[in-house]
Design a protein around this ligand. Structure first.
Ligand code: UT7
Length: 324
C-alpha cells in the first residue's frame, strides 16, 4: 500500500494595506516603470503595525480548514515555513496552534527562506508517509516588511507580506503518478552562496533581527538554472515529463525569472500561475498564496498535475510534483 499526502484544502490571507509601486517614488530614486519592467511587481501588501506573522498564518490556516470542511481539532500536525517569526521562540507553529484553539498534536517551524514552503511540504509528506501524522496544516507566512532597509532601493521594492496554507491528508494510493497527492520532492542547498541573500543580524551574532541584503543580479543568474534543474529532477522522480504538467506554481520573486524558467522547461506561460504583480516576493508564503489564488481563479482543478519550485537564501532550492 502506498500512502499519499493529498490536498484537502487551501487558503490564504493578505494584510489590508496595499502599497503600489508609485508610493516608493516619494522616498527613493526609483519609478513604477523600473519596478514593473525589472521585476513584474505592481503592488504588494504590508502588515499593519503590530500585525504579526502568526496572525497572518492563522487567518490563512482558517481559510484552508474551511475549504477542506475540517475543524482545527481534526489536525494533528502544523508546520510553518517562515524566516520572519513573531519571536525568536516559541515557534510560529505553536502560536498558530493556540490561536486555532488546538490542544493536541504538534507544531513547529522550518526555515529555508524563499524555498521554505517546498521544504515544509517535503517534511509534511514524510510525516504522513511514515504514519506520524494523518492531517497536516502546512503554512507559509511572512512579514518581510519588518526586515527591509527602506533606504535600499534594490531590495525594499521587491518584497511583501502574506500567508498561504494547505491541509494535507493521508490517503491510500496505488503508487503511480495517477494518484492524487504529493508524487515527488527534490531538495537542494549550498551554503557557499551565503552572501548572495542574507539578513545582517541575528540572535547569536548582532543580537537584533537585522536587514535583508541581496546580490540581486548574481542571484538572478543562479535562480533560472537551479529552478529548471530541480523541477526536472522532481518530474523524473515522479515519472512524468513537462508534457504532463497542468500548472507550474513558481516562487513569485520576479516575472523574468518565472518566464526564463518556463522557457527552459519548454512550457508556455499559460501553464504558469503568476501572482507576483499583486503580492511581490512574499518568500515562503508565495507558493501557497499562488496555489490559493490559482484555485480561486479556476486555474488549478482537482486532478491537475502541479509543479511547485522555489529558491532563496542559503542558497536553498527545491521542487515538489503533486496531483491536486
Ligand atoms: O526570493 C529569493 C529569490 N530572489 C531573487 O531571485 C531575486 C533575483 N534578482 C532579481 O529579481 C533582479 O536581479 C532584481 C529585480 C533584484 C534587479 O534586476 P536587474 O535587472 O538584475 O538589475 P541590476 O541589479 O543589474 O541593476 C540594474 C540597475 C542598477 O543601476 P546601474 O548600476 O546600472 O546604474 C541598479 O542600481 O538598476 C538599478 N536599480 C534600480 N533603479 C531604480 C536597482 N534597484 C532599482 C530601483 N529603481 N528600485
Amino acid at each position: 500500500m502506498t500512502v499519499r499526502a493529498v490536498i484537502k484544502g487551501v487558503g490564504h490571507y493578505l494584510p489590508e494595506r496595499v502599497v503600489p509601486n508609485s508610493e516608493f517614488e516619494a522616498t527613493l530614486d526609483t519609478s513604477d516603470e523600473w519596478i514593473r519592467t525589472r521585476s513584474g511587481i505592481e503592488r504588494r501588501h504590508f502588515a499593519a503595525e503590530g500585525e504579526t506573522t502568526s496572525q497572518l498564518g492563522a487567518h490563512a490556516a482558517r481559510a484552508a480548514l474551511k475549504d477542506a470542511g475540517l475543524e482545527a481539532d481534526d489536525i494533528d500536525m502544523i508546520i510553518v515555513a517562515t524566516s520572519t517569526p513573531d519571536l525568536t521562540f516559541p515557534s510560529v507553529g505553536t502560536m498558530i496552534q493556540k490561536e486555532l484553539g488546538m490542544t493536541k498534536g504538534f507544531a513547529f517551524d522550518v526555515q529555508a527562506v524563499c524555498a521554505g514552503f517546498v521544504y515544509a511540504l517535503s517534511n509534511a509528506n514524510a510525516q504522513i508517509v511514515s504514519g506520524q501524522a494523518k492531517r497536516v496544516l502546512v503554512i507559509g507566512a511572512e512579514t518581510f516588511s519588518r526586515i527591509m532597509d527602506w533606504t535600499d532601493r534594490s531590495t525594499c521594492v521587491l518584497f511583501g507580506d502574506g500567508a498561504g496554507a494547505l491541509v494535507l491528508e493521508a490517503q491510500e494510493g496505488t503508487g503511480t503518478s495517477d494518484d492524487r497527492g504529493i508524487l515527488s520532492v527534490d531538495l537542494n542547498s549550498d551554503g557557499n552562496y551565503r552572501d548572495m541573500l542574507y539578513v545582517d543580524g541575528g540572535v547569536s551574532s548582532t543580537g537584533d533581527s537585522g536587514k535583508l541584503r541581496m546580490q540581486g543580479n548574481a542571484l538572478f543568474r543562479q535562480a533560472v538554472s537551479k529552478l529548471a534543474s530541480t523541477a526536472e529532477t522532481a518530474m523524473d522522480k515522479a515519472g512524468i515529463t513537462a508534457a504532463d504538467i497542468d500548472w507550474v506554481v513558481p516562487h513569485q520573486a520576479n516575472i523574468r525569472i518565472i518566464e526564463g524558467t518556463a522557457k527552459k522547461l519548454g512550457l508556455p506561460m499559460d501553464k504558469i500561475v503568476v501572482t507576483v504583480q499583486d503580492h511581490g516576493n512574499t518568500s515562503a508564503a508565495s507558493i501557497p498564496l499562488a496555489m490559493s489564488v490559482g484555485k480561486a481563479r479556476g486555474q488549478i482543478k482537482q486532478g491537475d498535475i502541479c509543479v511547485a519550485e522555489a529558491i532563496g537564501g542559503g542558497l536553498a532550492w527545491g521542487a515538489v510534483v503533486l496531483r491536486w
